[in-house]
Write a protein that binds this ligand. Structure first.
Ligand SMILES: Cc1cc2nc3c(=O)[nH]c(=O)nc-3n(C[C@H](O)[C@H](O)[C@H](O)COP(=O)(O)O)c2cc1C
Length: 620
């Protein structure tokens, strides 16, 4: 097996590139999809070399977890509320230090966050493949999960790998792993944690299909996975958050991954309570033992993707990583420090069953009745609520209060197609004031489908979202590392949209594929003048896709004054409001908005919600 990651760790420059943020923008630019790039760059998939979606450690002792375990009846939106860590955890299994700190508890947690949950038939032959609780682009599942436990009954202290195909834990190493991880992470406040979870990424699994762009998807995947675990843990009475600011080389070595194809990306830390502290005082600490088991080969050959490895290498941190750079919650300052609280959910559905039945829609049925505006706002509200993460500036072991709300780097732009009491068109979700701001009226179904790499589901949905990240600010504060964080954020928002939609009886799909700069042009972030927009329109039309506006709307657009840039692409042909409103923060250097590679705000994820068409491949 070729494990290219080890070259990153062995490079003397390892950890020194984080502040060269030209690299972040260069990677992002080079991995953008365009109408041409997806055609010119189309490759055949090497099915014989497809990476195994399941890791196992051959020879490691395996601990079976009970399948189909019970789960608290806590609602999905209630669990999302608990995620912010500002309410006491909803307690059904009381807390980790009681009887619940056992193997069965771990089984419940993983069954409802990272386990296999469904099967699909392969059309044309007798094959089948598995799907999991957590979604993953291409169902490729680059994220691996490890659990370090302390003082659980029925299982020794140690570091375990979660073997998703068997719902079992593989013992990697006995000993006081939670303390060692807390030291490695430079967070002494986590030393007495009963559990620390490690989430790694196998970039090759995703790159096999998506090539250089796969780094983005691996980070989305991490965001989905960490939210999946955190929600299940909160429902089980355990509060925690994410830590992603750490010295990569140090943690890679500590976890025995120096020669591996896995990179540690995030840690989920569940700090101790007063009672765990009392209990842990009685427990002797066993030094960590050598690793057991040999990782399985995922495919015959790993292909080296330079840009992907490059962005990862550019975002690793030095040793010691030191304190997380603090960032001001600018959005909160704007709203006077507090966000309005919307009314609680009008409907909710138990998280335990929602996560197990969640599926991505292949397409949406555009003939079903529309979603209500109340449902739409509920989804957006819960998906963008606070949660605890070190880069968000609100997870450092001190108690959480409403005043240490986390910082958001992602803003949601919405294409509303079929929502009652909401005119079709483009909106921005104002997260400070928890309301929709209308930017453009008109039927935007076809343009949304076009922008989403010509995927019809984005136009047949009730609404589709463009998640726009403030890349410039993330890079300024965190260096290239910020690239990971904004994608984690997008995944965390997406995961809550998935589950919220499912809880309300709708369906959803994450969309990692979109024409990046066409989204920027359409939303008015990229102001290259009319010619470029027309070029995009013409290209689409040449291929008879005709996703974009009617002749009338284009004619109307041509009459716009050159610098009065408004949405040019619309089927409605109506008079549009000036696009100026859409560019929330104009860059201080106006030339930036004309250079696609330097745009301060860029699209990083699309997401669609609607009523799924039946998927004949899904087994009962
Ligand atoms: C980051 C991400 C990007 C995705 N991109 C697309 C996409 O562009 N088009 C699509 O149809 N599905 C997309 N999906 C959905 C996946 O294909 C789906 O999650 C996967 O097949 C597993 O199915 P499941 O979600 O039902 O478990 C995406 C999912 C994620 C998490």
């Amino acid at each position: 097996m070729t494990r290219f990651l080890s070259r990153v760790w062995n490079d003397p420059a390892c950890g020194s590139l984080n502040h060269d943020t030209e690299r972040l923008f260069a990677y992002h630019q080079a991995t953008k999809h365009t109408y041409h790039s997806v055609r010119v760059g189309a490759r055949r998939l090497d099915w014989h070399n497809q990476p195994n979606p399941f890791r196992t450690y051959v020879g490691a002792p395996s601990v079976a977890l009970p399948a189909e375990p019970e789960f608290p009846t806590l609602g999905t939106f209630a669990a999302m509320t608990a995620l912010a860590g500002k309410t006491s955890a909803p307690v059904e299994f009381s807390s980790i230090h009681s009887e619940s700190a056992n193997l069965a508890w771990l089984g419940r947690l993983l069954w409802h966050s990272m386990a296999v949950s469904a099967w699909k038939k392969v059309q044309g032959n007798a094959g089948r493949y598995s799907l999991r609780v957590n979604p993953s682009s291409g169902n490729l599942h680059p994220t691996e999960t490890y659990v370090a436990v302390r003082a659980f009954s029925g299982i020794e202290d140690g570091l375990y790998h979660y073997r998703a195909d068997q719902h079992a834990l593989e013992l990697r190493s006995r000993g006081s792993w939670t303390q060692d991880l807390a030291r490695g992470l430079e967070i002494p406040w986590a030393a007495e944690s009963p559990i620390i979870m490690v989430m790694t990424s196998i970039f090759w699994r995703e790159a096999w299909k998506y090539g250089e762009r796969a780094y983005r998807y691996c980070c989305h995947d991490l965001g989905h996975a960490m939210t999946s675990v955190l929600l299940a843990a909160h429902a089980l009475g355990l509060q925690g958050g994410a830590v992603a600011h750490f010295c990569d080389l140090r943690l890679t070595r500590l976890l025995g991954l120096s020669e591996s194809d896995e990179a540690p990306m995030a840690f989920l830390v569940f700090p101790s309570t007063d009672e765990t502290r009392k209990k842990s005082a009685e427990i002797s600490t066993v030094p960590v033992q050598p690793f057991a088991g040999i990782p399985n080969e995922l495919s015959a050959e790993e292909v080296r993707y330079e840009l992907l490895l490059g962005i990862h290498a550019s975002s690793v941190l030095v040793d010691p990583a030191g304190a997380v750079p603090r960032v001001l919650a600018a959005n909160l300052v704007e709203s006077g420090g507090r966000r309005p609280i919307l009314p609680g959910p009008s409907r909710d559905f138990a998280l335990g069953s929602v996560v197990r039945r969640r599926r991505s829609a292949l397409d949406f049925d555009a003939t079903t009745p529309p979603m209500s505006r109340e449902e739409l706002e509920q989804l957006l509200d819960y998906a963008t609520r606070d949660w605890l993460a070190d880069w968000r500036g609100n997870f450092d072991g001190t108690s959480s209060t409403p005043d240490n709300a986390g910082t958001d780097f992602v803003t949601l732009y919405l294409y509303a197609h079929r929502v009652r009491d909401c005119e079709p068109g483009v909106y921005c979700w104002d997260r400070d004031h928890r309301k929709l701001e209308q930017l453009h009226v008109g039927n935007v179904q076809r343009v949304t489908a076009f922008l989403s790499l010509e995927q019809s589901l984005a136009g047949n949905s009730c609404f589709t979202v463009s998640m726009i990240a403030d890349l410039a600010e993330a890079a300024r504060v965190f260096g290239n590392r910020g690239y990971r964080y904004v994608h984690f954020e997008a995944g965390a928002i997406g995961q809550r949209l998935y589950l919220g939609a499912e809880a309300l009886g709708w369906n959803a799909t994450g969309i990692g594929a979109f024409y990046d700069d066409d989204v920027h042009r359409y939303l008015g972030f990229l102001d290259e003048g009319q010619e470029s927009v027309d070029t995009s329109v013409r290209e689409a039309e040449k291929a008879s896709i005709v996703m974009l506006g009617s002749p009338a709307s284009r004619a109307a657009a041509k009459n716009q004054k050159a610098n009065e840039f408004s949405p040019l692409i619309s089927e409605s042909g109506e008079e549009h409001p000036s696009n100026r409103k859409q560019v929330r923060e104009k860059p201080s250097d106006p030339s930036l908005s004309r250079n696609p590679g330097k745009l301060p705000s860029q699209v990083i994820y699309h997401f669609a919600v609607g009523r799924a068409v039946p998927d004949p491949r899904l087994e009962d």
